[in-house]
Design a protein around this ligand. Sequence first.
Ligand SMILES: [Zn+2]
Length: 433
Amino acid sequence: MRRPRVAAAIAAALLFAAVGVVLALTTPWDPLPGSVPGGEVKPDPKLDFTHAEIARSQAFDSAINPPAYLGLIIGLVAVLVLGLTPLGSRLIGWSTARVRRWPLRVVGAALVLTTVLRLVGLPFDIWSESILRRYGLSTQNWGEWLIDQAKSLAVTWVIWSVALLLLYALMRRFPRYWWTGAAVTGFALVVAVSFIYPVAVEPVFNKFHKLPQGQLRTDLLAMAQRDGVPVKDVLVADASRRTTALNAYVSGFGSTRRIVLYDTLLKSTPPRQIESIIAHELGHAKHKDVLWGTLIGALGVAGAICLLQLLLTSPALRRRAAAGGRLGDPLSVALLLALITVATQIGTPVQNLISRHIEARADAHALDLTRDPVTFTQMQHELSVRNISDLTPNELEYLLWLTHPAGPERIAMARDWARQHHVTEPPPLVQGR
Ligand SMILES: [Zn+2]
């Protein structure tokens, strides 16, 4: 087993190096290039948010933090206990004792483990959901919420089952070099899922309809045209069944590209602000953020699979997890799940850091396209207030949760942009300052 281990280590190192190179080259480290006349504006929530808005954001933050952190920690502890002690393999052995065929045992193991982990997290999810409801962010009743949880568990189960069946089939057939085929398959799957997700998974949770003919539809399509980003359609998602939060996104590629608006936007958001949001989304499309993200994700998954070969063939780990003597034993599913969860968790802060830069570039694109920092500022204020965003996240919150810069940072950038382009700087939204 020594040769394959050395080869896997070299392959993992090369693939992660490739991830590093693509990240270094494609991340907009300086989203708003050029110097700012008069100096950069410092983010300051007090300029644009009232005392009551700031207090509400802080109260929500301290209410939502305990279930968020506890849920994360307990979830990680649970998956580690299952994967790094004999407990997980015992659970698999016990629950699949009557199953003879290995593929069914693998699927059974995936079902049992993902369900147990979801049940462990459930109290924290209920806790979070009750807070969202108290603050008016969630519009679901508990029945609808539970159905969503069941759907999401089903999606998780299908994805894990397919992935594990492929992995274990390769491991059993090619115990020495399964990881080469698995890395290639993993790469291809990430690319496929990125294309399929908008068509296959989004409709499980939301219904979509065309935005009817009218000024807004015409204006949005005209803006996309002006931006050189062809868009086939503008759709509305029935998100208000679930939430009061505002959002929009652009999905699909080339001829299938469409703009999707949450119906919550159409209720009270002024059309100029909706345009500003869509201009941001067009920025993602223009810079091919999803495509690059997919490539990075696919390389990362391929690298992680090579790393898995090293970890899964470590006698110490297998003994600790009671994962069975041979590679491809369904008893090792718990160990595999733990290793993948830990790897994903380690990757999150890096992903968030990159994402915040990409989001800032999309903001800069929106400003370039609309040349309207005043509306942009009003829109950011509206987004932050409606979604009760954290206005002053701390270091840990940035690392763990923040995929976007905080509202005040985004507004400060709009003022920087206005100074750079000699356009009227957005005045403070809170009067008398
Ligand atoms: Zn964005």
